[in-house]
Ligand binder design. Structure first.
Ligand SMILES: Cc1ncc(COP(=O)(O)O)c(C=O)c1O
Length: 333
């Protein structure tokens, strides 16, 4: 039974599949590898935000929200998922995005034009403004919409809130059940770490269940210390929301920050190679911003002998595939 008892709207099809990647494992000469397919949630083109949105919008629906506002990079996957969910529930999506390296009408932005999302793309000196000046801009927009008689909700970038993280506490239970049913003794989970909410939810969820699974985050944005801080904060705020007597300490959070390359949203050579390898050995598509880098981290850890041959590792596919079309030049080079 789930520890998460909060208002929820169903936006995805659960459980998402969990299957083995034997050819990837054989090619790497590494541990047994499995993948949890949250790219197949069924909302828009899939991804880790669907689980977050089920609780964020469950709460919003109870409060009579009719307009959703978020921010992010121009190819933000959360913005797309939020917009698609909003359209399904009759809540109009407003986006304040920061111009990234791909702001053409491609990938997620192409899908926004089909959804008729209200998109405002800003030129900022430093992409970090996404997290500094954006909350203020979103609140100003919300005030303006309230004056027009709307009831808007501002959702922080990436759905990084305790309600969103609760979706991934719940996912830990779903994964535990699949591992049990399929008799898979996975000791490691590897996933992308962006703003840390997905990793925080999984660590908290596995801890509540008493499962000794190590959750390894491959950072695509922050250096290790800052990334650990974000995970600990999300885990503790979410434990508070859910009334859990469980804490997550910094030494329980494992993050690798050596696969970021030049920066957020700039694919490394290893990321492109990992995307090709996952497709050519497993028939699955990763993305150039998040999951490609996470897979390059998993491959890096296998190559440096981090896992024993007999270990079993579960990779979480957190989605993002729409961005492949925006990054067509980098991917087809
Ligand atoms: C495809 C994909 N994977 C992973 C993440 C990272 O999730 P989190 O911010 O919860 O660490 C994101 C966040 O934007 C994403 O879009």
């Amino acid at each position: 039974m789930s520890v998460v008892k909060l208002p929820r709207v169903t936006l995805g099809h659960w459980p998402t599949p969990l299957h083995e990647l034997p050819r990837l494992s054989a090619t790497l000469g590494g541990p047994r590898l499995f993948v949890k397919r949250d790219d197949l949630t069924g909302l828009a083109l899939g991804g880790n935000k669907c689980r977050k949105l089920e609780y964020i919008l469950g709460d919003a629906r109870q409060r009579g929200i009719d307009t959703l506002i978020t921010s992010g990079s121009s190819q933000s996957n959360f913005a797309l998922q939020m917009a698609a969910a909003g359209r399904r529930l009759g809540m109009e999506p407003y986006l304040i995005l920061v111009r990234g390296i791909h702001s053409e009408t491609q990938g997620n932005l192409l899908l926004h034009s089909i959804l008729n999302s209200v998109v405002n793309i800003l030129d900022v000196a430093d992409p970090i403004e996404m997290f500094t000046t954006m909350p203020k801009r979103m609140n100003e927009l919300a005030d303006e919409l309230r004056r027009q008689g709307r009831n808007p909700l501002v959702i922080p970038a990436g759905g990084t809130t305790p309600l969103g993280t609760a979706g991934w506490v719940n996912a830990a239970g779903e994964i535990a059940q699949q591992l049990r049913e399929q008799k898979i003794d996975a000791r490691y989970v590897v996933l992308t770490n962006g703003l840390g909410s997905t990793q925080a939810g999984l660590i908290l969820g596995f801890k509540c269940l008493g499962l000794p699974i190590k959750v390894i985050g491959i950072s695509v944005l922050n250096k290790k210390a800052a990334a650990i801080d974000l995970v600990v904060t999300q885990a503790s705020e979410t434990a508070g929301l859910l009334g859990l007597e469980v804490t997550v300490t910094p030494n329980e959070v494992t993050i690798y920050d050596d696969y970021i390359g030049q920066g957020y949203g700039i694919p490394t050579g290893e990321c492109i190679a990992a995307i090709r390898l996952a497709a050519q050995t497993g028939g699955i598509f990763l993305d150039p911003v998040y999951t490609g880098k996470a897979m390059s981290g998993l491959i890096g850890l296998v190559n440096r002998g981090y896992f024993a041959r007999g270990d079993t590792v579960l990779f979480i596919h957190t989605g993002g595939v729409a961005a492949d079309f925006a990054y067509n030049e980098e991917l087809s080079r």
